[in-house]
Design a protein around this ligand. Structure first.
Ligand code: ZN
Length: 252
């Protein structure tokens, strides 16, 4: 009898150990973040903050978070390993990288772009990417970087469901867009710069206009978030919820 109980206890203990080690070894999904240290120092600061933030989150939530500065890893073979790709303040520079990213997104891959990831102008010469962003082209920005009141247009979306109706976002350089992505019927704008911020800036002033800050082009599994300038972006526990929920949404 005692022998049997011992046997059973041992069996249960072994089972438990197996379960825990299996959990530790098999991530639920993989995320790959691309960044660069050859960009503006404020943009590198953000990338470093984001890497720390998502590394911690990955450990807590049981997914794998990899980072690289090698944009050639934006290739079809490598992307097969990842549910979500994050661009921390840079974008692909070669045609091969661009083509494989396009293939990845058309094949149902997930993407988060922060700040400069969405920057594009007449020299970008990548029409598919502009349409992927919902047609948004960089128009203006405020300088110096400043905190701003944001309006949450839509908190029924999985990425913004834990946000209040409005909040003060930490210091950022905010971008305006022309065309406005809100004019695209496939775009769902989630967060907007509150008009009460105007005039925003000193050297470069945003004085008016509709400025979406976070949106998704519903034709893809993507979300663009304009935050990403400086080392204070992750200081808002309110806003951080969106950074977390966006990953979990895209990984589903
Ligand atoms: Zn910036």
């Amino acid at each position: 009898m005692v022998k049997n109980i011992l046997k059973l206890t041992f069996f249960l203990f072994a089972l438990l150990l197996f379960k825990f080690s299996a959990f530790g070894q098999t991530p639920k999904f993989r995320v790959l973040a691309f960044y660069s240290t050859k960009v503006e120092s404020d943009h590198i600061d953000f990338a470093k903050g984001a890497i720390a933030f998502y590394t911690k989150m990955a450990a807590e939530k049981g997914f794998a978070f990899d980072t690289t500065q090698n944009w050639d890893k934006l290739n079809t073979e490598n992307l097969k390993n990842y549910k979500v790709v994050i661009w921390l303040n840079d974008f692909p520079h070669t045609d091969a990288q661009k083509q494989d990213f396009e293939k990845y997104m058309k094949g149902g891959g997930g993407w988060i772009g922060f700040h400069v990831a969405g920057y594009n102008d007449k020299y970008t010469n990548w029409p598919w990417y502009v349409s992927f962003l919902g047609g948004a082209v960089f128009y203006n920005n405020n300088w110096p970087p400043l905190p701003a009141k944001l309006i949450v247009d839509d908190n029924t979306h999985p990425a913004t469901k834990r946000l209040p109706k409005s909040y003060i976002a930490p210091i950022n350089e905010w971008y305006g867009w022309k065309p406005d992505p809100r004019d695209n019927k496939d775009v769902r704008v989630l967060v907007t710069l509150a008009p009460s911020n105007y005039p925003l800036g000193k050297k470069n002033i945003i004085s008016d206009g509709d400025i979406p800050v976070v949106w998704t082009n519903t034709k893809y599994k993507m979300i663009y978030m304009n935050m990403g300038h400086g080392d204070q972006i992750f200081d808002s526990s309110t806003q951080n919820k969106m950074f977390e929920d966006a990953v979990l949404w895209l990984a589903k």
